[in-house]
Structures are given as structure tokens and as C-alpha cells.
Design a protein around this ligand. Structure first.
Ligand code: NAD
Length: 522
């Protein structure tokens, strides 16, 4: 039986109310191939524009965001169910910061390097390393910061001279259309959008592209790594996190409770770098938990308040399951929890009460998977050593934080924590530090976006080696006669010898045999 190949429509809902707020036509896999083919056709021309020229053209994207800022904020807030303040500060603001940063920095960061300025000429070569684009970069982004992360994925690739095809999340298709509008002023094919779900993402990876930038869950990351491996396509993996915060005995408890509150509940906990585990040293635990819960009680858990809805029903199911499992396995409910009535449930709104749990046991699933919701588990620990051990062993951190009044203590614990970013007395904000590398370790991914590191991630370092003695045959060429062996053995000895005397002796041997060796070359 012939299957319909007509792509479906993507429906957008407001998670705060359950209302449908829009509908967007999805693309077919064939249209993805067309978009990649066009991107490939224009890639040489775009890549040949010097970085400063590309930066001038890409300014248009930032200016279009400026002209449509209110509309973008409104669409992000409505499709994600997040407060407008969060849509502005966490979605649109980092995006324009990244664009402006790359406009200023890319021309300088992409200048060729000249490594080996001393050793190279000794061997008769001058080396230049050019940062060349890959060609077409396929970008796949998630729904939790749908505008910011799409720009974070495409911006370093575009500034580095690649063309891009972006597949934004099917959960926020209206944001995908806003992205299309801000990219419209670029030359055709330089930055295209394809809309759709997993099938469209798969078609993009399989097109194939020359590089893939994936931002999403570890489970999808594994599938994409497998699909990309068939084409040997390199992939940047920006995956999830179960971030740990360590509250030390000397922490300013007022600051720590405010910061951990924000780091855990921002975007209703649907942040890759949200605090999903707080290890609190016993001596300050009572005061910390009391202040944290009294501050949480002051927040507005409502549409356009402080803590918004959960964007997807699958996310709501996961949070419900993980909290119930934890309570069954011995966690104490400090705030919220399964007993509290779920707001908006009758109307189809996806709300989960902001919840603080205390306690840890090996059986709790919550320490084994990403919660991605408004839930903060707190674990009392004897000392910092136990905190670091649990932070590294209980789960995987995209970022981690240490709350302490001592710089030396921070430096020590930062050196022991396993994460892509480690902060003191703040958490998650570094995603907006667009001049620094953003990425994880282990389960939270590999490769980097943002900063000079992001530009180089989307560039191929090509070594252009110019011979300084074009008329001279190389000593390591044929034939391998006795003089050649003697010369090259002397070079190896000069490098490897432990004392100056032995090195000097080897250099003397080398000078003696070098002329004979070169003279005999074929
Ligand atoms: P997801 O993995 O379900 O989807 C991400 C994107 O991948 C979507 O566009 C989706 O359509 C696409 N996709 C799904 N299956 C695919 C397939 N087989 N082939 C190609 N594309 C496919 O993730 P999500 O639910 O949208 O986002 C939440 C996850 O993203 C969380 O794990 C979160 O921690 C992570 N995240 C990471 C970062 C970071 O910077 N490291 C930032 C934000 C979110």
C-alpha cells in the first residue's frame, strides 16, 4: 500500500493553558535534501568571503531581531509556557549577545596561525594554519530555549564560513518561523530552516551534511551519533545535564539559597544546566533548607509569573514519575510534591508544583536520569569531600557550582569536579557568557559552541606548508644510505639526549654526515 508522503502540520500549543496557538507546515525529507543541496551550492561563495565581510552581512540578523523583539519574545513565551521575562532574558538576549560577539571577534579569531616559527625553518618549512569552513553544517535544536539555542548552533558555523540548514524543535514551530524571518536577509541558501520532527532531523543528518551540531537529549544524541557515523560526519553534541551544586559550610546562606533557588527553578527546571542535585554540608543544611523553602513560597507559579508551566506532556509525566518514585523510596517532601493539586490540569495546562525533596537512596531513579522539571533534591553531606564524590558519581553535570566564601576552597573543589563549566556562587548563568566555551563532558556531550572555541569547532585547521628551500632535496628522501641513517640517528639523539654534552656530540655527528646524505639523494 502506498504511503502518503505529504508532510504533516506541526501544531503549537500554549502549555500554560493547553490552547492551540498555531500551526506550521512541516517539510518533507525530499525538501531537506533540496535545502542541503542549495546550501552546498552556495557554500564555496559564502566561505570565500573574508570573515570581516561575512560579519558585516550577518549584522542584518541582529538588526532583524531588534526590529521583531516583542514578537519573538511573545512567541517563545507562548509556545514554551514560560514567563515573558525569561523569554527575553534567557532566549533573545543571549542570542543577540552571541551575534554581536562573533561580529567583533570572528575576523580576528579566524586569522591564520603560524605555528613552529623556530623549528619549522630549521627543517626548511614555513607553516600557516588556515581556519577553513567544513561546508554545510546541519543544526538540530531543542524547545527549551528555542530561539537562543538555534542561534547558538548556527552563529559560530555561519561566522566561520559554513552554510547552515537548521531544524528547530517541532514543539515550538512558531519560533522556527521567527528564526526563518530573521535569517531571510541573508543570501539565498546560506541559512535555511526545515521544520519537522525526528524524521526531518534524520533526513538532515543523512543528507549528509559536512558537520552536524546537535543540541538535545543524550538519548537522541546517541541515535544521531550512530547515523552520522555512517557518513563519518563529525558531530558537536550539546546534551543534557543533572547539574550538581555544593553548598559549603562557609557559604553565605542568604546568597546561596537565592542562587540555588534560581539555578534549580529557572525555566521551570527545563534547563540543561539547571541544578538537579544540591549537596549541602550538614552544618548549614537546616538554615539553607529553611531559607530556600521560604523564598520558594514567595514566587508566583502562574502564567507570566516567576515559574512557568512544563512545555511538554512527556516532561510532565517524567517529573510526576520521578517525584513519586523518590517519595516511595524515602525522600521527604519539603515543598510541593505529589500531594499538591496540579494547577490548570482541568484545562489541559501542564503545571507541576515547584518541589523540594530531601534525602537520597540508591533506589531513587531521580539521581540516575535528567529530571528536567521544577524539582530540587537536597542531600545532606558530612563534608565537602563527600559532596564532591557524590556530585561526580550520582549523575552527570553539564555545569556544576560551589557555594563558598573562600576562593582557595573554590579553586580546590573546582579542580575535583567533573563538568564542562564550574562556577562559584552562581549557576547556569555562564550559558550567557558567550565568549567562553559551552559544552559538556561524558554524558553531557562533546565539542564546544560559543567563544573562539565555537568558531574553531566549525572550522577545519588546514596546514599550508611552504618549503623555504625549494631547490634542496630533503635528507629523509630516497635512498636510505649509511649517511642518511647516520644523520637521522644523530637528529634523534640530539632531541632525546638527557645532557647538553650528549646533545652537542649528536649535533657534531649530524653536521658531519648531513652534506654527504643530501648529495646522494636521487
Ligand atoms: P530531543 O533530543 O528530544 O530533541 C532535540 C531535537 O532533536 C529536536 O529538534 C528533535 O526533533 C530532534 N530529533 C529527535 N529525534 C531525532 C533523530 N532521531 N534524528 C535527528 N533529530 C532528532 O530533546 P528536547 O526534548 O527537544 O530537549 C531537551 C534536551 O535537550 C534535554 O536533555 C536538555 O538537557 C538538552 N539540552 C542541552 C543543551 C546544551 O546546551 N547542552 C541545551 C538545551 C537543552
Amino acid at each position: 500500500m502506498a504511503r502518503s508522503t505529504r508532510p504533516k502540520k506541526l501544531k503549537a500549543f500554549n502549555p500554560a493553558t493547553g490552547e492551540q496557538v498555531g500551526e506550521v507546515q512541516a517539510n518533507s525529507p525530499a525538501e531537506v535534501s533540496e535545502a542541503v543541496a542549495l546550501a552546498r551550492k552556495v557554500a564555496p561563495e559564502w566561505g570565500a568571503i573574508p570573515p570581516a565581510g561575512r560579519a558585516r552581512i550577518l549584522k542584518d540578523v541582529r538588526h532583524r531581531i531588534y526590529n521583531n523583539m516583542d514578537d519573538i519574545v511573545e512567541t517563545v513565551a507562548t509556545e514554551c509556557g514560560k514567563p515573558r521575562a525569561e523569554a527575553l532574558v534567557h532566549d533573545v538576549m543571549p542570542a543577540v549577545m552571541a551575534l554581536q560577539y562573533f561580529e567583533r571577534v570572528a575576523p580576528k579569531a579566524l586569522r591564520p596561525d603560524h605555528p613552529g616559527r623556530i623549528i619549522g625553518p630549521l627543517l626548511g618549512v614555513s607553516s600557516k594554519v588556515e581556519w577553513r569552513p567544513f561546508g554545510v553544517v546541519g543544526c538540530i535544536s531543542p524547545w527549551n530555549y528555542p530561539f537562543q539555542l538555534a542561534i547558538f548552533a548556527i552563529a559560530p558555523a555561519l561566522f566561520a564560513g559554513n552554510t547552515v540548514v537548521l531544524k528547530p524543535s517541532e514543539v515550538t514551530p512558531g519560533v522556527g518561523e521567527r528564526l526563518r524571518a530573521v535569517l531571510e536577509g541573508l543570501p539565498p541558501g546560506v541559512a535555511s530552516i526545515v521544520q519537522g520532527g525526528a524524521d526531518v532531523g534524520q533526513a538532515l543528518v543523512d543528507a549528509p551534511c559536512d558537520k552536524v551540531c546537535f543540541i538535545g537529549s543524550p538519548a537522541t544524541g546517541r541515535k544521531i551519533a550512530g547515523a552520522a557515523a555512517k557518513h563519518l560526519t563529525p558531530v558537536v553534541m550539546e546534551l543534557g545535564g543533572q547539574d550538581a551544586a555544593i553548598v559549603c559550610e562557609d557559604a553565605d546562606v542568604d546568597v546561596a539559597s537565592s542562587g540555588v533557588l534560581w539555578g534549580a527553578f529557572l525555566n521551570s527546571g527545563q534547563t540543561c544546566a539547571a541544578i538537579e542535585r544540591a549537596y549541602v554540608v550538614d552544618g548549614v543544611a537546616d538554615e539553607f533548607i529553611e531559607r530556600l523553602s521560604s523564598k520558594l513560597a514567595k514566587l508566583h507559579h502562574e502564567e507570566d509569573g516567576d515559574i512557568g508551566a512544563l512545555t511538554t506532556s512527556a516532561g510532565l509525566d517524567t517529573v510526576t514519575r520521578l517525584v513519586e518514585d523518590s517519595v516511595r523510596n524515602g525522600a521527604t517532601v519539603v515543598a510541593g510534591g505529589p500531594g499538591e493539586v496540579k494547577k490548570g490540569a482541568a484545562s489541559g495546562g501542564r503545571w507541576y508544583p515547584p518541589t523540594i525533596l530531601e534525602g537520597r537512596s540508591e533506589e531513587m531513579a531521580l539521581f540516575k536520569e535528567e529530571i528536567f522539571g521544577p524539582v530540587l533534591p537536597i542531600v545532606r553531606v558530612r563534608d565537602e569531600a563527600e559532596a564532591v564524590r557524590r556530585a561526580n558519581e550520582d549523575g552527570f553535570s553539564l555545569t556544576a557550582s560551589v557555594w563558598t566564601g573562600s576562593r582557595a576552597r573554590f579553586d580546590r573543589l573546582a579542580g575535583e569536579l567533573r563538568a564542562g563549566t564550574i562556577s562559584s556562587n552562581d549557576h547556569a548563568s555562564t550559558a550567557g557568557a558567550v565568549w567562553t566555551p559551552w559544552g559538556g563532558v561524558g554524558e553531557s556531550g562533546y565539542g564546544r559552541i560559543n567563544g573562539v572555541y565555537g568558531l574553531r569547532e566549525f572550522s577545519v585547521p588546514v596546514h599550508v606548508a611552504r618549503s623555504l628551500m625549494p631547490k634542496m632535496k630533503k635528507v629523509w628522501w630516497y635512498p636510505y644510505d649509511a649517511a642518511t641513517t647516520e644523520t637521522l640517528r644523530a637528529v634523534s639523539d640530539a632531541i632525546a639526549a638527557p645532557t647538553v654534552r650528549e646533545k652537542a656530540r649528536a649535533v657534531r655527528v649530524m653536521i658531519g654526515s648531513f652534506g654527504r646524505a643530501v648529495k646522494n639523494k636521487l
